[in-house]
Design a protein around this ligand. Structure first.
Ligand code: 0RA
Length: 633
């Protein structure tokens, strides 16, 4: 009972009322009390250690999930000050832990992470914890203080000697406040990895003492390594990531860019370590400068073909990360993840204009690759537009005229009708004769449908065979795809069991996967299974789909003696009657449904085989020697 009477201390009463308000309305301070809110507690404490690292005093952070359900965050910074804070007449560390918004922000150089869900101060974590223990290593000593529900229960005490400096904050979230108190290693690791990329050189370790899981992240290359990580599964068009990091007038702008073969691009933006999913002024400044610098470069090197590059051309297949640090960020938008500071737009635009131009002058390979990708994207954009106009004019003239090669079925409704997409005019002819006209349509495709290496939608659409197929199906493609317009229940691919057949199968599946995927998802696509052999003996006829099956039939059914074994080299060798009996007749035939997974695999094979990277192509062909022998390396 030797404690002073805190009730009479006005400042103290205010502090306790503040913590009480946090416990009463936790969501107002950390967004929610679900899993997200729970994890925010950790991020809040980590933010304080990161501020210490940003100020140049800490280089390592360790986050540990303990077996008792508490979490500790340690850093090797200066340690929260332990001397007496004049205004409160209390140890500074106690003020930091109990005063709302007092954070670690006595330091003018540190970046305030205001707004958003972060930056509410470590006192909020303290208020929402069953207990909190802070250990400060500083001034040669280890100092400890303990809190319960935010209130100090053990005053600051020097408990040992040390020559190290740093802070450890350990807390156990209050299970009466949070819906769950179980931390997810993956969730924590994802955010800590992101923070390690955003703060180059900083080492962040995460350890779960319950499971023994542990992960350390440290990236000396900063965003350059982040872009390499994001592009791990993609095909970059240049080796060196375009990169710069500049700090001026208290504003830091760090940018990394790498062009890839992809058709969609991704630009990730951050402000003061917060992922600005809704974008903001830094992102628009970046986009404006990027478009301008690449246009200038293209113009200077005579790479422009037909007018300027648009922003969307420049960003096609581009992976970019931009991170800014500004002194007083304003976060806006639905989820408070949009940077609002209007002055930042100009700052970022000027900086990116200058730094990116310099980088491109000094790294011609990367500059050339990025610019050529944009030039090609612009070319594709114009071609696509032309193709759309052509298509529109054409369909206005011909209205809904079906392709001449299509032998349509008599049934007008989709239900019960099917279309055979047949390889080759000769097999197409047999199929047309063989079919059941009432419900079966036949569309022959010429052997080599596409000699593609550019496989953009516009190029694929220019191909007559593909156009005929799309018109016959009735659905349209891409943005205009409408499954309600589908004219047949089943789309049956009838292809030879040889390399050309495999080629066409890959092409068609890739087309379906990329531009008409619901047809696969809803199970409308099949592969017919024509037999390889026809065997006659003992007055009967047998069909064998495989070599093994032929042997089995001859040995087991015919006692080793067949009168005649015919091998079908291709569909064209079958008579219409044979084609009907073995492959088209719904009573006898076997169909194999093609799934999105089959198509995904085809798409992957197509990308590798048609792509420009030699190594993966060789690898792939080695691995899939049987399926892929139709390609020239
Ligand atoms: C206030 C002032 C100083 C450092 C800190 C707070 C500080 C806070 C946290 C929170 C987690 N780790 C931290 N490390 C430091 C500056 C102290 C000085 O001038 O020596």
């Amino acid at each position: 009972m030797s404690e002073p009477e805190p009730e009479y201390d006005a400042e103290r009463i205010q502090v306790l009322e503040g913590l009480q308000a946090v416990r009463k309305r936790p969501a107002m301070y950390i967004g929610s009390v679900d899993e997200r809110g729970l994890h925010h507690l950790v991020y809040e404490v980590v933010d304080n250690s990161i501020d210490e690292a940003l100020a140049g005093h800490a280089s390592e952070i360790e986050v540990v999930v303990h077996e008792d359900g508490s979490v500790s965050v340690s850093d090797d910074g200066r340690g929260i000050p332990v001397d007496t804070h004049e205004k409160y007449d209390l140890p500074a560390v106690e003020v930091v832990m109990t005063q709302l918004h007092a954070g670690g922000k006595f330091d003018s150089k540190s970046y305030q992470i205001s707004g958003g869900l972060h930056g509410v101060g470590v006192s909020v974590v303290n208020a929402l914890s069953d207990w909190t223990e802070v250990e400060v290593r500083r001034d040669g000593g280890v100092h400890r203080i303990k809190f319960e529900e935010g209130k100090p229960v053990e005053t600051l005490e020097r408990v040992g000697e040390t020559d190290e400096t740093g802070t450890t904050v350990r807390f156990e979230p209050d299970s009466e406040i949070f819906e769950t108190t179980e931390f997810s290693f993956t969730t924590l690791e994802n955010r800590l990895r992101e923070l390690a990329f955003l703060n180059k050189g900083l080492e962040i370790t995460l350890r779960d003492e319950g499971t023994g899981e542990e992960a350390t992240h440290r990236y000396d290359g900063g965003l350059r390594e982040y872009v390499e990580y994001l592009n791990e599964t993609k095909t970059p068009l240049h080796d060196d990531v375009i990169y710069f990091d500049s700090e001026e007038d208290g504003v830091e702008v760090e940018v990394a860019i790498q062009a890839t073969k992809e058709y969609s691009g991704s630009v990730h933006s951050f402000a003061n370590n917060i992922n600005t999913r809704e974008g903001g002024t830094h992102l628009s400044g970046f986009k404006a400068a990027l478009t301008r610098v690449v246009n200038d470069y293209a113009e200077e090197h005579n790479l422009l073909e037909d007018g300027k590059l648009k922003g969307q051309d420049v960003r096609e297949g581009l992976t970019a990360v931009i991170s800014v640090m500004v002194p007083e960020p304003q976060f806006e938008g639905q989820t408070k993840t949009k940077l609002g500071n209007s002055e930042v737009r100009g700052t970022v635009e000027t900086r990116v204009n200058r730094e990116l131009s310099t980088f491109m002058e000094e790294n011609p390979d990367a500059a050339q690759a990025m610019t050529m990708k944009a030039v090609e994207a612009a070319r594709a954009r114009r071609a696509a537009k032309k193709a759309r106009e052509l298509q529109r004019r054409k369909s206005a003239l011909e209205s809904t005229s079906l392709p001449g090669k299509l032998a349509d079925c008599q049934r007008r409704e989709r239900e019960g009708s099917e279309i055979f997409v047949v390889e080759g005019d000769s097999a197409g002819g047999s199929a047309k004769q063989a079919r059941k006209r009432e419900t079966q349509a036949v569309l022959p495709l010429r052997g080599k449908i596409l000699n593609v290496e550019k496989h953009r939608l516009d190029r694929v659409l220019e191909n007559d065979e593909i156009r005929a197929l799309i018109t016959a199906l009735g659905t349209g493609v891409g943005d205009e795809f409408d499954i309600d317009e589908l004219r047949y229940d089943s789309i049956i691919l009838l292809l030879d069991a040889d390399v050309d057949g495999a080629h066409i199968r890959t092409l068609l599946l890739t087309l379906l996967y990329r531009h008409m995927r619901p047809l696969l998802e809803e199970g409308h696509v099949y592969a017919a299974q024509p037999p390889l052999y026809r065997i006659r003996g003992g007055g009967s006829t047998y069909d064998a789909m495989t070599e093994q099956e032929r042997t089995r039939i001859v040995e087991e059914e015919l006692g080793g003696k067949a009168d005649n074994v015919q091998r079908f080299k291709g569909l064209g060798e079958m008579t219409p009657e044979q084609l009907w009996q073995t492959t088209m007749n719904p009573e006898n035939r076997v169909l194999h449904r093609l799934t999105v997974e089959d198509a995904k695999e085809a798409d992957r094979m197509f990308s590798v085989l048609m792509g420009e990277k030699v190594e993966p192509r060789k690898e792939f062909i080695k691995e899939h020697a049987d399926e892929a022998d139709w390609v020239d390396i």
